[in-house]
Design a binder for this molecule. Structure first.
Ligand code: S3P
Length: 173
């Protein structure tokens, strides 16, 4: 079974996913990286050139492709749960771990990110802080409805979070 991380931007899906995969000796796939490699351009450029609708189509295709394999650790983009089809595909052969963090922690991680995350495309016309608040409220039900378990990443280290994930997943496998 695949181990799949869902959750909002800045909750640690990619960092925890990569660490967990290393510990479990499993292959790790980040859906955003997969989309960028398939499209031959960055997420930011896909949004700028072709718009969000096109990105969501590429995201759905990437999810279908990746979940076809077994025994993977997969980090999804924050909007993957918007589509019921995506959630259905992931749940067919996946244990979905929702990573959460407090609003303050998410804001500080996203607004202080100087790496690749700083290029995340904006999803609304709102200010950055308002967008985060708005989308968290809007998506909260979708995240919780899709998740098999939930872990808060606000305070713990990646090592401790990963230990919890591996223990939870070990119990269901
Ligand atoms: C998105 C989150 C991003 C990326 C895209 C859209 C979203 O992934 O898929 O920018 O809708 O929340 P991360 O959650 O890895 O930042």
């Amino acid at each position: 079974m695949n181990l799949i991380f869902i959750g909002f931007r800045g909750t640690g899906k990619s960092s925890v996913g990569r660490f967990v995969a290393g510990k479990m000796g499993r292959e790790f796939v980040d859906i955003d990286d997969y989309i960028e490699n398939s499209a031959g351009k960055s997420i930011e450029d896909i949004f700028a050139d072709e718009g969000e609708e096109c990105f969501r189509r590429l995201e759905a295709e990437a999810i279908i492709d990746v979940v076809r394999s077994d025994n993977m650790v997969i980090a999804t983009g924050g909007g993957a749960v918007i589509s019921d089809d995506n959630v259905r595909a992931m749940k067919e052969n996946g244990f979905l771990v929702l990573l959460e963090a407090s609003l303050d922690v998410i804001c500080s991680r996203l607004l202080n990110d100087t790496g690749r995350g700083s290029q995340r495309p904006r999803l609304t016309e709102m200010t950055a802080g308002d967008e985060i608040r708005h989308l968290l409220v809007k998506r909260s039900g979708l995240y919780h409805r899709s998740a098999d378990c939930t872990i808060d990443t606000s305070l713990d280290t990646i090592e401790d979070i990963s230990k919890n994930v591996i223990a939870l997943f070990g119990d269901i496998e």
